[in-house]
Ligand binder design. Structure first.
Ligand SMILES: O=P(O)(O)OC[C@@H](O)[C@@H](O)c1c[nH]c2ccccc12
Length: 405
């Protein structure tokens, strides 16, 4: 039986079905409806897979859960957002599909060991083969996170939180840079490789690149931590954090489980990416709350109108990234940023005071001017600056001006 940290979770019979990377399923055994028996199933092991034994919780009067010692959140009843997930028999993929999310979680049987040909040739409805690269990344992440959790439980991470340097103000740094330079604040990405572009920089020293970015006028840095597809690592994040670099750091991960948010904070992150294409609304909602509790900024990434509208319906979001790259197909179109900021939708974003980051495919001063004109106050740039021998000079080239002054 897989070990799980239950210490900090309390639930009543009316507790949410999905929270912080775990799913609760009301027992199908003949137990009275209002009793406090649940089966606790991690998101990573959906239907058909090992029930981890029946876990009983002490009955509590109100719906409440504790994520961290001492701080308790009470979840108000009757929210439409939650209601769907309460229905008996709803599982992650079903809930996600109702929200237009095409990326499915890894099935219990996992993908076959050997792939036969490129994605295009795989059958659309082949249940146990990832349908595109993003789905493949998510399925791998699922296995990876399960293993990491076994090594470091949530309880252990929790106990380490007090020992890490406090999180720095990510949005504040972007605003400050925007005011100072008149350009969108720059989040410069420490990126060695990507599945779409291959290796971007052979001679890759993350700390040296981070320092060059800071010197060149970056407001914040983004550090890729995915190893398998982006050749990043949490060691890079930690090394940059302890190198004396002052820019707040975004942990660039594929977050599918709240455990990863704690892990990122313990490793020194000031902000973390939450990708709407892989997270249902309720996950985004609770993960945003967890980020706030830990002092982390959540950068919620969207790629199309549907995702933007979903995210705008969730309370408490302060920073939205518009990715110009479709993570499923790799197609990059910077007009995407403009499209998502037009009309009523753009007005809604401004009314809510949400800061928008233009992400991916930005190479020239004209590109920067284009997304700035569209309404972004920050940009996230990797390839065009990481490829330059001197990433500092790369920043000046990107903006057409030295923004370090
Ligand atoms: O290298 P580019 O095209 O400048 O893009 C940077 C960044 O936007 C991109 O790396 C990115 C945006 N969202 C992501 C999600 C996962 C991995 C990577 C990304």
């Amino acid at each position: 039986m897989e070990s799980m940290n239950l210490m900090s979770l309390r639930a009543s019979s009316t507790a949410p079905r999905s929270i912080a990377g775990f799913s609760f399923q009301q027992s199908l055994n003949p137990i009275p409806k209002n009793s406090a028996f649940f089966r606790l199933i991690p998101h990573t092991h959906m239907r058909n897979q090992s029930f981890l034994g029946q876990v009983s919780f002490p009955t509590v009067k109100s719906q409440q859960f504790e994520v961290k010692d001492g701080s308790e959140t009470t979840i108000p009843e009757g929210e439409a957002l939650k209601a769907k997930e309460w229905e008996v028999g709803m599982f992650h993929n079903e809930v996600a599909a109702t929200q237009g999310i095409k990326i499915r979680r890894r099935p219990p049987t996992g993908p076959p060991q050997h792939y036969v040909g490129p994605f295009e040739f795989r059958l659309q409805n082949e249940g146990n083969t990832p349908r595109n690269i993003l789905e493949e990344i998510v399925w791998n992440k699922d296995v990876e996170v399960s293993r990491m959790k076994e090594r470091k439980s949530l309880g252990v991470l929790n106990s380490l939180l007090d020992k890490v340097q406090p999180a720095r103000d990510f949005i504040g740094a972007l605003k400050e840079a925007n005011t100072r330079t008149g350009f969108p604040g720059l989040i410069a990405e420490v990126k060695k490789a990507s599945p779409s572009r291959g290796v971007l920089r052979e001679n890759f020293d993350p700390v040296q690149i981070a320092k060059a970015y800071e010197k060149g006028g970056a407001a914040c840095l983004s550090v890729l931590t995915d190893e398998k597809y982006f050749q990043g690592s949490f060691e890079n994040l930690e090394a940059i954090r302890s190198s004396g670099v002052q820019c707040p750091l975004l942990c660039k991960e594929f977050v599918i489980d709240a455990w990863q948010i704690y892990y990122a904070r313990v490793k020194g992150a000031d902000a973390i990416l939450l990708i709407a294409a892989i997270l249902p609304d309720l996950d985004i909602k609770y993960m945003t709350k967890i980020c706030k509790m830990l002092g982390l900024t959540a950068l919620v990434e969207v790629h199309d109108e549907k995702e933007m509208d979903r995210v705008l319906g969730i309370e408490g979001i302060e920073l939205i990234g518009i990715n110009n790259r479709d993570l499923g197909t790799f197609k990059v179109e910077i007009a995407n940023t403009k499209k998502l900021l037009e009309g009523e939708r753009g007005q809604r974003i401004r009314d809510k005071g949400i800061m928008v980051v233009g992400e991916s495919g930005l190479f020239t001063p004209a590109d920067i001017a284009y997304v700035q004109e569209a309404g972004v106050k920050a940009v996230l740039v990797g390839e065009s600056i990481v490829k330059q021998d001197d990433p500092s000079a790369g920043i000046a080239q990107l903006f057409g001006k030295d923004i370090s002054l």
